[in-house]
Write a protein that binds this ligand. Structure first.
Ligand code: ADP
Ligand code: MG
Length: 487
């Protein structure tokens, strides 16, 4: 029996405002408990919330970036529930009239056969975060920290239109890159600035109704998101194949065991007794305000990708990689600008390959790469003009990274090549001499080759490269050896 998977994501992106959504308290992370909680955040009687304009503008930017509708009027509601870290007894959120409606995100899914996917968004609404209960601090009591209470969140909800964990992760990464690019969220997942709830259901192929979903709460890494969804899919299929039923529920993922467990059977919207918050006026967004916000927005990653594809002939995949962040895009652009004959594909390959791997291993970003864009440009130029083979270029890259020669900017590349004697030999006379030497030393293999057993060719190439200490131009070695064997 085969199964179909359906996923919808709800993402909480913390908006990077200086102060909270309804109070003047700071939103800075990591302060001493309750030092950033004003009377509003403590829910003292008689206080009134005042909406933070910057939070609304960041939500507007998001809506504009995904091609959504931004209604003229949106409304804050009270979502009523009791929890110790929610002293008001309700969370201020938006329900019937959210600030952002619809929109979509498109991205590449890097599967066996990569494909392009567009995810339709349902809505995005503004709300306040709750505080935090700290159960580990004391032995017999729990502590409540209200520093986080009132932090502005944008909750971004998709339609149920993703069909695998891979698609969900690709969507979440694209969304993450976008909110950071727009400067509306710092994207720090470890600190909880960007966290996903994954709604997962399965149904038998051919079924038209959606299956009953379970919602995995608060996934704050892409790895957890992927693992939790995959676990949940297998678990639901197992239950159904055993003749069981799925009950709508909220589950938690435990990264240590790789399993989910039920936290509570799922409440529905009516359990929250939503109603418009009488303390807050409806948010009215004029066309003029919207245009003002639009004019402050940077070029969007999607537009830049189109430009890279048409100007530099990059594939959709490469273009997406080069626009993962503004730092990626700037590094790519500076490298291209510094090259006489820019080869965008080669630059993309180096950035995604050697450079990304080394940055990753040292927990560094493109913005603070020890190998500068000017140096990478010069290194690639030396591959283009055949001074360096790819192998030697990697060696030079290692030396650049280690600052083996005093930093001379781009000139450091040539200084390293000179000091290490790494110039590739492209002088055909010199290569020919080595080829003949190796052929003489391996007469039996040469005879076999000429008798039709061509297996030994690779071995001979290897010997020639070795004899040249890796410096012979590999393409020339191939050509000359072939000619000599045939001749
Ligand atoms: P709630 O507000 O109660 O969480 P919604 O109906 O707004 O519920 O849906 C929340 C999320 O769950 C959305 O992202 C939606 O796409 C997704 N979703 C709804 N039904 C299903 C389903 N049967 N399977 C998977 N995802 C679903
Ligand atoms: Mg929900």
């Amino acid at each position: 029996m085969s199964w179909e998977v359906i996923i919808g994501l709800e993402t909480h992106a913390q908006l990077s405002t200086v102060s909270k959504i309804f109070s003047g308290s700071s939103t800075t992370y990591g302060a001493q408990p309750n030092t950033q909680a004003a009377a509003i955040d403590l829910a003292l009687p008689g206080v009134l919330p005042v909406l933070n304009r910057a939070a609304v503008e960041k939500a507007m930017m998001f809506g504009l970036a995904i091609g959504a509708t931004i209604p003229n009027v949106s409304v804050f509601d009270r979502k009523n529930y009791f929890y110790p870290d929610l002293p008001k007894g309700y969370q201020i959120s938006q329900f019937e009239l959210p600030v952002v409606v619809g929109g979509s995100l498109s991205f590449n899914v890097d599967d066996k056969t990569p494909y392009r996917k567009t995810v339709q968004l349902t809505r995005a609404h503004l709300e306040e975060d709750a505080g935090k209960s700290n159960h580990e601090l004391f032995e017999r009591e729990s502590g409540i920290d209200l520093n986080r209470a009132g932090t502005p969140l944008l909750e971004i909800v998709t339609d149920p239109v993703m069909y695998s964990a891979k698609e969900a992760v690709a969507y979440a990464k694209t969304l993450h890159a976008l909110v950071v690019w727009l400067g509306i969220c710092d994207g720090n997942m470890a600190e909880g600035s960007f966290r996903c709830d994954a709604n997962v259901s399965v149904r038998r192929v051919g079924e038209s109704e959606l299956g009953t979903r379970r919602e995995i709460k608060n996934l704050n890494s892409f790895k957890f998101l992927e693992d939790a969804i995959n676990y949940e899919i297998n678990e639901q299929i197992r239950i159904l194949e055993d003749g069981g039923k799925i009950t709508q529920a909220t589950v938690l993922f435990d990264p240590a065991s790789g399993q989910t467990r039920v936290m509570r059977t799922k409440e529905d919207a009516h359990d929250y007794r939503y109603f418009p918050d009488p303390d807050l006026a409806p948010v009215v967004i004029s066309g003029e305000w919207l245009e003002r916000v639009r004019s402050t927005m940077p070029e969007l990653p999607a537009a830049l990708q189109q430009r890279l594809m048409s100007q530099h002939d990059l594939s959709a995949y490469d273009a997406e990689q080069m626009t993962q962040s503004k730092a990626h895009a700037a590094y790519f652009d500076t490298t291209i600008q510094a090259m006489g004959k820019p080869d965008a594909k080669l630059v993309a390959n180096w950035m995604m390959g050697e450079l990304a791997a080394t940055l990753n291993a040292h927990a560094l970003e493109f913005s603070n790469s020890p190998v500068t864009a000017a140096q990478l440009a010069q290194l690639i130029t030396r591959v283009q003009d055949q001074t360096l083979s790819n192998k030697l270029a990697k060696e030079v890259f290692g030396a650049l990274w280690a600052r083996e020669q005093a930093d001379k900017g781009a000139a450091q590349v040539d200084a390293i090549i000179e000091a290490r004697g790494l110039k590739q030999v492209s002088d055909s006379g010199a290569i020919e001499a080595i080829v003949l030497e190796v052929m003489n030393a391996n007469a039996a293999i040469v005879d076999d080759y000429r008798a039709g057993k061509e297996k030994g060719f690779g071995f001979l190439v290897g010997q020639i490269m070795k004899a040249s200490k890796g410096k012979a131009n590999p393409a020339q070695v191939n050509d000359i050896l072939l000619a000599k064997l045939k001749g």
